[in-house]
Design a protein around this ligand. Structure first.
Ligand SMILES: NC(=O)c1ccc[n+]([C@@H]2O[C@H](COP(=O)([O-])OP(=O)(O)OC[C@H]3O[C@@H](n4cnc5c(N)ncnc54)[C@H](O)[C@@H]3O)[C@@H](O)[C@H]2O)c1
Length: 478
């Protein structure tokens, strides 16, 4: 036991010193004063102290529990940076909370659990058996020795949000906490209004919370590549330089949302851009592509930490849906002609991108935009990849072209830039055959939980009406 403690302590001492080295180096390059360097050294010492005390708990539990993931993997130490993760019970948020906690960031999850409520209302379910957020956080504490703070509440409720922010005092707020399904926002009037209210007002509250309560806090906001639509020119990272009638300006890249959900994200971006100018907020808008995969180093450390996996027609996203369809012998449902092309990324890269954004904060007054994806594929290309890999595993995989429930271009030009996160150190996990194989194998384990009736497209953009749809939206006989 003592030997294990000693080993963990020396490894973590090394990590803290290593993580401080680039800071100290950059101080020297930029000619920063001795006082600032001393501050860094003090932070490093505090970091060592915190990590040593955390490591003693971790070492004690590591002996009797499942091994917690290594703190060094995939870069950097958090050094106690305080990160509030809004939407931390969701697909991206949960994986990110664990990733950061494992690396020495102090994490607070804020979530009103509305995503779980959507499933209950519509009769949907995640493929994977997720545990309650309380059990998740408790289990993580037991196996890692790291505490995650938990605040259950709605960020549209100012009293709740302001109290959560005042008590935790974050250095960074990562905002995942929105209604994130385009089909959900197109079910009916009520869901369209809910989506825009929840997303736009929640985000405005977050901006005010930073301005009033923690003005030095860095806002890391999840946007979507879908904000750009599918223009017939290259998509830049946030801004485009335009020559017009002999004059030149660099302007926000034009946005063209294809659903009330996408439009809510566009409104968020505009609101944040304005707040950076008006109040000197520091903000990073991450235009994320479609996320695939489910396992990260931390979520596989214990069954109670498993992440959600949506495959239904409302919340499931393209590649995750195809993999489940292949696993259960359902034809892959290609919408329309299948030429729709989008940016994609592995969930292991989502968590890393967030860490990179936090470690390299935007300046005060800066509205910084990164396109957060690693590769682009058409729906037909994804179907081909899953078909090929499924066959290798002995699965019978067929493809069917179903009428497109969405209003979108099915054949179009698409070339989006995504270099800024890689310039800051992202090393992408590319969609290789091995990735699909392991995802397929993982999904096959849970295939008995799949409800076949939830697979088909559930929401038709043209049929959104004022009548409230409940189960009908998800399981309507077509
Ligand atoms: N999953 C993807 O492929 C993808 C792609 C691009 C962008 N994004 C963006 O990333 C973010 C996270 O996506 P996800 O897939 O993890 O979604 P998710 O639905 O799994 O998680 C969102 C979480 O936010 C919570 N939440 C929603 N409204 C809230 C509110 N008012 N107050 C407190 N909590 C609230 C929900 O309960 C849920 O746990 C979203 O903003 C989404 O737009 C996701």
């Amino acid at each position: 036991m003592m030997q294990l403690k000693g080993h963990v302590a020396s490894v973590q001492q090394r990590q803290c010193v290593q993580s401080a080295a680039p800071l100290l180096r950059s101080c020297r390059v930029q000619g920063v004063s001795g006082r600032s360097v001393a501050k860094v050294a003090k932070r490093t010492a505090a970091c060592i102290e915190r990590k040593l005390s955390a490591s003693i708990n971790a070492a004690a539990t590591a002996e009797k529990q499942t091994a917690a993931p290594a703190q060094t993997a995939n870069g950097g130490g958090g050094g106690g940076t305080r990160v509030m993760i809004i939407g931390g019970d969701g697909y991206c948020g949960w994986a990110t909370a664990l990733h950061l906690s494992a690396r020495g960031y102090e994490v607070c999850i804020v979530d009103n659990l509305c995503r779980r409520q959507f499933d209950l209302t519509l009769g949907l379910d995640t493929l994977t058996p997720i545990t309650s957020i309380h059990d998740r956080v408790r289990t993580w504490g037991e196996i890692s020795g790291r505490h995650i703070d938990l605040q259950i509440g709605d960020i549209c409720d100012w009293e709740f949000l302001s109290q959560a922010v005042t008590s935790f005092r974050p250095d960074a707020m990562v905002h995942f906490g929105e209604q994130r399904s385009a089909p959900y926002s197109m079910i009916d009037r009520q869901r369209a209004v809910f989506t825009q209210h929840n997303n736009v007002i929640g985000n405005i509250n977050v901006m005010f919370a930073i301005k009033e309560l923690v003005p030095d806090c860095h806002l890391v906001k999840l946007g979507t590549m879908g904000e750009y639509g599918t223009p017939n020119i290259d998509i830049e990272e946030g801004f485009i330089t335009i020559n017009h009638n002999g004059r030149t300006d660099t302007l926000p890249y034009p946005k063209q949302g294809n659903s009330f959900y996408h439009l809510s994200k566009i409104h968020d971006s505009h609101n944040i851009h304005f707040a950076t100018k008006a109040w000197k907020l520091a903000a990073t808008d991450l235009n994320q592509g479609v996320v695939y995969g489910v396992r990260t180093e931390e979520t596989v450390a214990h069954p109670a930490l498993i992440n959600r996996y949506d495959y239904d027609g409302v919340f499931g996203t393209a590649l995750n849906r195809f993999v489940v369809q292949a696993a259960v012998g359902h034809p892959l449902t290609v919408y329309g002609k299948g030429g729709q092309t989008r940016g994609f990324l592995d969930i292991r890269d989502t968590v890393r991108c967030i860490q990179i954004a936090i470690d390299n904060p935007a300046n005060k007054g800066e509205f910084r935009v990164f396109n957060q994806f690693t590769e682009q594929f058409s729906v037909n290309q994804l179907a081909d990849i899953v078909t090929r890999e499924g066959k290798k595993l002995g699965l019978t995989v067929e493809v069917t072209n179903v009428p497109n429930p969405r209003v979108e271009a099915e054949e179009h030009y698409y070339n989006a830039k995504c270099s800024k996160l890689q310039d800051l150190g992202l090393e992408p996990h590319l969609l290789q055959d091995s990735m699909i194989d392991s995802l397929l194998e993982f999904v096959v384990q849970y295939k008995d939980r799949c409800k076949m009736e939830l697979i088909k497209p559930a929401v038709d953009w043209r049929k959104a009406g004022v009548k409230v749809n409940t189960m009908g939206a998800a399981v309507a006989a077509k």
